[in-house]
Design a protein around this ligand. Structure first.
Ligand SMILES: Cc1ncc(COP(=O)(O)O)c(C=O)c1O
Length: 355
């Protein structure tokens, strides 16, 4: 399929500072429509609003999926690279299947990403800032019957985002969520679908009102094993191992999580994918067996956890500051992002200049 381009006649000028997160978008977007059993008309068009019928299924039943990934500017030569887009595309396909939506051919997905980023490459800020990429699919069939839509829009929007670390490394203060749950076996926890996030808003707000940055989710069945965070995976560092919840059907299989697993192997460390019992974790924080805790995800890459609130008390992890392994992993990953590291060149996808 040929991707057509309609250029924005009035493109804005890229900002040079204060990028924030997810509030500024480039002048173009990719769009493709699905009807009669096939994807049609892949195109790059000026960024702008859609018109949706009020009875569109996405507005009522949340048949919607998305992805979150980044492109970085190489510090040496200024070229622009996506970080492991193949993993995000694969996860998008899995989300499509779980949410009963038509898959997008990985080739057209990748070509759409490359063409869009190439066209708006001037908007890719200097590292450690990045170009955030948000592929999304929504169900647009009109009608209130509860069944999978016959029509969809797939679109990709991109925009510059600031570094999470612009103001230094502030270890996170997290609250273990002991009342609400994010996902249960057989649910949609491993799909990147909006409903998982809307259901998390109330407990996250309550935690933030109480002075915490975010929450740690426990498993829905026993309320005793750590799953993940609001929008990041979480890992626990011991003397001889790093432990994190397995990539089953209740957590999002983070691309950063998977990359860290590989890096830990490179460093000769033991990466264990099994559910950490929260009570044990807290005991180990007090005895000193638990050395570090860090969160990982596209937005904040690798960020230390300094405090965990559980059963009415704040528990400090280590000395409350960033630990050495957390730092080593963050330096390794951000080095790969900015082109300053030789590690895993296969994770870095250069956006070709098509002219
Ligand atoms: C619920 C959840 N867990 C984990 C992650 C981390 O995934 P990734 O490393 O692919 O950004 C995210 C972010 O996308 C998320 O939303």
């Amino acid at each position: 399929m040929n991707i057509t381009i309609t250029k924005n006649p009035n493109p804005a000028t890229p900002p040079t500072e204060n990028f924030g997160f997810g509030s500024t978008f480039t002048p173009h977007m990719f769009r493709m429509d699905y009807s009669d059993g096939q994807w049609k008309d892949p195109r790059i068009v000026p960024y702008g609003p859609f018109s949706l019928d009020p009875a569109s299924k996405v507005l009522h039943y949340g048949q919607e999926i998305f992805e979150g990934m980044k492109a970085y500017r190489n510090k040496q030569d200024g070229s622009v690279h996506m970080f492991r887009p193949d993993r995000n595309i694969a996860r998008f396909q899995r989300s499509c299947e779980r949410m009963c939506m038509p898959v997008v051919d990985p080739d057209i997905f990748m070509r759409g990403l490359n063409m869009l980023i190439d066209l708006d490459r001037a908007w890719a800020p200097e590292s450690p800032n990045a170009l955030y990429i948000r592929p999304t699919m929504i169900a647009t069939q009109v009608g209130l019957g509860v069944k999978a839509s016959t029509d969809y829009i797939f679109f990709i929007i991109i925009g510059p985002v600031g570094s999470y670390f612009a103001h230094g490394i502030n270890p996170l203060r997290l609250k273990v969520e002991e009342k609400y749950v994010r996902s249960a076996h057989g649910g949609t926890g491993s799909a990147k679908t909006g409903g998982n996030y809307s259901a998390s808003l109330l407990p996250i707000k309550q935690a933030q009102d109480a002075g915490y940055d975010n929450i740690i989710w426990l498993d829905a069945k026993t309320n005793s094993f750590v799953e993940e965070m609001g929008a990041m995976n979480i890992m626990f560092v011991y003397e001889d191992k790093v432990i994190t919840a397995p990539a089953g059907d209740t957590i999002l299989h983070g691309v950063t999580r998977e990359s860290i697993g590989t890096l830990l192997g490179d460093f000769g460390l033991n990466w264990v994918e099994e559910h950490p019992p929260i009570a044990q974790v807290m005991e180990d924080a007090h005895s000193g067996k638990l050395k570090e805790v860090f969160a990982c995800g596209t937005a904040a890459v690798v960020t230390p956890v300094g405090t965990i609130h559980f059963q009415g008390a704040d528990h400090t992890i280590g000395d409350g500051n960033e630990g050495p392994l957390t730092n080593k992993l963050r330096v390794a990953l951000t080095g790969i992002h900015s082109g300053g590291s030789e590690r895993h060149p296969e994770w870095v996808f250069k956006v070709p200049e098509q002219g």
